[in-house]
Design a protein around this ligand. Structure first.
Ligand code: ADP
Ligand code: CIR
Length: 346
């Protein structure tokens, strides 16, 4: 096993390159997790995508501890100033949230969405799942989801066999994931696509669960408008019920375990689609986003741009996920959003 020579190219700036030096690689290259995953396997995404920021995915929970301090270093760098020894404490109690509707007249905010990433105990993570394991996970999760009642009651729609028009409409309407991008492809997350993948949702499409995408579960609560409290309350109820029945991979220092180290902790992204052309053009836009720990994206998913009738509409979400509670993640998004709205209005 050779150190990946492409990492020596000056344009590579990933965290994987930073922490897997040739010496570090030499020290850990022959180690394997009990599911057979190596450091080189974890690094494939960064090796095949030289523009990666992180450049590494975990194939199973053990990867986070199997290769000396490599993953700890990456996690602490990305999630600075958090230290794994500090410990991560979850809080999914919606009564602890203080987010009065930021836009009751609906002038700026189109929709609100909060998702968490979760993975089941006893299985590998997406990059290192075999076909049978993936199907087992799908079956178990669907069994639990179809037992939910009230506003969480819904149906499962497997990707396999879904007609193309239905699939495309679900993607265009912001409900469904696309096939994993080149980063996920090289990490191994797209194997045997679309088998074992699918989406569960209620009739109103306000509660959705993606199965076997980048993580085994992406649990999503969303609705039109800006009632963040309502969206969070529904999410908490769903996540707590699913957790009680299935059990999620979790560790005291890393929080909920996810395949991408950037999602560790809460696995949460709380976002609004909000029209803020003026705030976005403001010279301090980036500084404000950094100060309030929020991240802007285009509204068609990560790495998309806002154009046409969507010009000026941005996806604004929390940036921090580890070392703070789920409640605090939503609060981060809210506080940053309020600041951007203040600028937009002035
Ligand atoms: P994530 O990592 O949260 O799943 P993506 O950026 O890939 O993020 O988004 C997934 C899908 O969710 C996309 O179709 C995106 O448009 C949609 N989405 C994200 N936030 C919102 C929101 N606040 N309102 C409506 N749709 C949203
Ligand atoms: C990278 O390393 O740049 C990509 N793998 C993307 C990292 C962001 N995380 C994510 O989308 N889950």
């Amino acid at each position: 096993m050779e150190y990946p020579a492409v990492f020596l190219k000056p344009e590579v700036h990933s965290l994987a390159k930073k922490y897997v030096t040739p010496e570090v690689f030499e020290e850990h290259k022959n180690k394997k997790t009990s599911r057979g995953y190596t450091l080189l396997d974890c690094m494939q995404s960064g090796i095949q995508n030289l523009d990666s920021d992180t450049g590494l995915y975990a194939g199973d929970e053990e990867c986070y501890t199997a290769f000396g301090n490599v993953l700890d270093n990456i996690v602490e760098d990305y999630h600075a100033p958090y230290k794994i020894a500090d410990g991560h404490t979850p809080d999914m109690n919606p009564d602890h949230l203080n987010c009065p509707n930021p836009d009751p007249e609906g002038k700026y905010i189109r929709s609100t969405r909060i998702r968490v990433a979760r993975n089941l105990k006893g299985y590998g993570l997406a990059p290192n799942l075999g076909k049978q394991e993936r199907l087992d996970i799908e079956r178990k999760v669907v069994e639990v989801l179809t037992s939910l009642t009230g506003d969480l009651a819904g149906k499962y729609y497997p990707l396999q066999g879904m007609d193309e028009a239905t699939r495309q409409k679900l993607v265009d309407d912001h409900f469904l994931f696309k096939k994993g991008d080149r980063f996920l492809e090289s990490a191994g997350c797209n194997k045997e696509w679309p088998e074992g993948r699918g989406i569960y949702h209620n009739d109103a499409k306000t509660f959705l669960v993606w199965i076997n995408e980048e993580d085994q579960l992406r649990i999503i609560s969303m609705e039109k408008g800006s009632d963040i409290g309502s969206v969070f309350r529904r999410l908490c109820k769903a996540v707590n019920e699913i957790d009680a029945k299935l059990g999620f991979q979790h560790s005291p220092g890393l929080g909920y375990i996810t395949s991408c180290p950037t999602n560790l902790g809460t696995g949460m992204r709380a976002s609004v689609h909000v029209k803020i052309p003026k705030a976005h053009a403001h010279p301090d836009f980036k500084a404000i986003c950094d100060k309030y720990h929020i991240q802007p994206r285009g509204i068609h998913g990560e790495h998309s741009e806002s154009t046409g009738e969507d010009a000026g509409v941005y996806d604004i979400s929390n940036r921090r996920r580890l070392g703070l509670s789920e409640v605090r993640c939503v609060q981060d998004m809210y506080d940053g959003l309020m600041k951007l709205l203040e600028i937009e209005k002035s």
